[in-house]
Design a protein around this ligand. Structure first.
Ligand code: F6P
Length: 342
């Protein structure tokens, strides 16, 4: 019997479990055995795998997180990493691997294909920044969480006549900040793709005051930066196994500057990992299910080094190489639409 290994890597997000469930159900229906690889690529390095059955994925469609665990392990940064992966693929007799994650996790999958290990990808990141797909699992759930947070900040901002700066994840892409800012009616939206200007932000706050609006909400992506500074605000100077710094803190910098310039009481809120937690939305569960099924079909048809993807309303596939080539920047037309409201 042919065997498929499945893993989730990188930052988790709601609805990975829905995708794992779909992979297991579709694979079993086609007569494959499925093995869950624990904690991302680390599980394959260490030979930490378990057989998945119908029971393993029963009752998980609504659960956030990932039953397989995850990690930011880069096998290509470990001594003998690629060899260990090769050995464990042979030892567990895996015919293919389905990897769920963002550009880091899927970048490894692409490299494994080049080494002769068949792998396909499923787009999964709240950043929604993978190329070649209109959608990545987790984005809609995170969007709902952030929009809800902005709604809640509105009421307290209004009571206290304050400026609230809310910091939103997304690393180098502004998708989550832009769309949650749009949905939550933020008064200013700052994204990494467009450098911001303090004069513009303060002018906007003043205009609102003149219209009788004594509070303002600023939605800022964690990777956004002002015109005069070329670097992003980071929590730590060190980088992870994929070379990423840990972003965080821009909201406090902006809040301080706004208070200094306008004299208005200003507060910063960093939403942090709340954005990746909890129950997936119905939309995410459905997309995760469709993408998981597609990934198994790719394996079944021998279409390796590909990623299941979303194009419009359709599920399709795209070469992994294309998906991980660069960060997908926000659609500037959407940014212009959002700007109409502030
Ligand atoms: O890539 C997903 C993401 O949530 C980013 O938006 C964020 O910058 C990063 O992960 C945080 O990583 P960690 O969970 O390792 O702190």
């Amino acid at each position: 019997m042919k065997k498929i290994g499945v893993l989730s890597g990188g930052g988790d997000s709601p609805a990975i479990n829905a995708a794992i469930r779909a992979v297991v159900r579709k694979s079993l229906a086609l007569g494959y055995e499925v093995w869950g690889i624990k904690d991302g690529w680390r599980g394959l390095l260490e030979g930490n795998l378990e057989k998945l059955t119908l029971d393993s994925v029963s009752g998980i469609i609504f659960q956030g997180g990932t039953i397989l665990g995850t990690s930011r392990t880069n096998p290509f940064k470990r001594e003998d990493g690629p060899q260990k992966i090769e050995e464990n693929v042979k030892r567990f007799q895996l015919d293919a691997i389905i990897a769920m994650g963002g550009d880091d996790t899927l970048g490894v999958a692409h490299k494994l294909n080049k080494m002769g290990i068949p792998a396909v990808g499923v787009p999964q990141t709240i950043d929604n920044d993978l190329c070649g797909t209109d959608y990545a699992i987790g984005f809609d759930s995170a969007l709902s969480i952030v929009t809800d947070a902005i709604d809640k900040l509105h009421t307290t901002a209004c009571s206290h006549h304050r400026v609230m700066v809310v910091e939103i994840m997304g690393r180098d892409a502004g998708w989550l900040a832009l769309l949650s800012g749009l949905a939550g009616g933020a008064d200013v939206i700052l994204i990494p793709e467009v450098k911001f200007n303090y004069d513009d932000i303060c002018r906007r706050i003043e205009e609102r005051r003149q219209r009788g609006k004594q509070f303002s909400i600023i939605a800022v992506a964690e990777g956004a930066a002002p015109e005069e500074i070329s670097t992003q605000v980071t929590q730590k100077a060190t980088v992870d196994a994929f070379g990423h710094v840990r972003l965080g803190g821009i909201s406090s910098v902006i809040a301080e500057e706004i208070e200094k310039r306008t004299g208005y009481e200003t507060r910063a809120t960093i939403l942090g990992h709340l954005q990746r937690g909890g129950t997936p939305t119905a939309y995410d569960r459905i997309m995760a299910t469709r993408l998981g099924v597609k990934a198994v079909e790719l394996v079944h048809n021998g279409q390796f080094d590909m990623m299941a993807c979303v194009k419009g309303n359709q599920i399709d596939s795209v070469p992994l190489e294309e998906a991980v080539a660069k960060v997908k920047p926000v659609d500037m037309e959407l940014f212009e639409t959002a700007k109409l409201f502030y």
